[in-house]
Design a protein around this ligand. Sequence first.
Ligand code: GLY
Length: 389
Amino acid sequence: MTNSRLTVIGAGVIGLSCAWRAASAGLQVTLLDPAPASGASWVAGGMLAPVTEAWPGEEALLELGVESVRRWPGFAEEVAAAAGRPAGLRTEGTVVVATGAGDRAELDTLAGYLARLGRAVERLSGRELRRLEPALGPDVRGGLSVPDDLAVDNRMLLAALRAAAERAGAAVVESAARAVLDDGTRVTGVRTDGAELPSDLVLVSAGAHSAALHPVLRGLVRPVKGEILRLAHRAGAFPAPSRTVRALVDGRPVYAVPRNGGGLVIGATQAETGFDTEVTVGGVRDLLRDAERVLPGIAEYALAESAAGLRPGSPDNLPLVGAVGPEGLLVATGHHRNGMLLAPVTADAVLALLHGRPVPESVRAADPHRFRGAHQHPEEVARARVDQR
Ligand code: GLY
């Protein structure tokens, strides 16, 4: 395995993490991406928040996320040591807060659901929350403290991962992959613009663009647009919270993820409008209106950036991590809202697969074979999922 030529398609957080692990294990790794470390990974807020983003019915995703957040501190330390630069992990934790009565009822439902799963979270009044985070405004009426939900500066992480991967010997080639090539039995390479890259192993980790790369992935990954804003603290403005704040404002979710230097990333809208990365006026308005209800001090901040990314959505919101289709083809995609969170456990699973070892228990639910015949049309996949219930 160590002399095998592995081509990783996509240099976002998942591709970079897997390429780094594989190159460190001695594989000859080529990382293909026309714009490395861009796309959804560049836009991301950086929440590592399996509990505060939990959703009833998505227990396998919660389990996978909890497993990955447990791995995050060690992963960050290893990346930083390998890269010679910090990985950007923040360990201050998360609060999830509610404004109106309906929002508080929804948080009660979330707290009850988590308690039934044995994941108790601490309930706090508005006053207790403001003692923890004085930046929270008077409209915040109650919430939960979730100290184990962490955050990462996505851009620091991407820079560190790229440095770590290159130091381990991975070659980054700035070219677009058009198709994974196979001879009917096993992969033979990757077609790029005007060239073919011979490969013994191919990992598709091209986020929202993954589905077009091989017929077995058709219909399994779709773009889910998210708009974010980056705010910079200005002299005299109220200090930003130190924890990530996830909020419900009249039923709408909004979050603020702190950055070093007092800045905040405010996110995120969610829309299914194809491969569209334009930031809309309505998206900016909604994010600012809702974030300001929770953190009134941001009115004095500078609006430094607006951006949109395409989350790679899968039919059941779980990622696809495993071997599928012709021999030698691996996929690590479909991470939807959780690419940053799931990078450590995904990279460990891909490394295990490359060595023919079993993946971590929690990753089994992400096996792409759960979609019977991964080459089916989306409607057939949806029907197959209905049949499975
Ligand atoms: N994980 C947050 C988001 O996708 O917006």
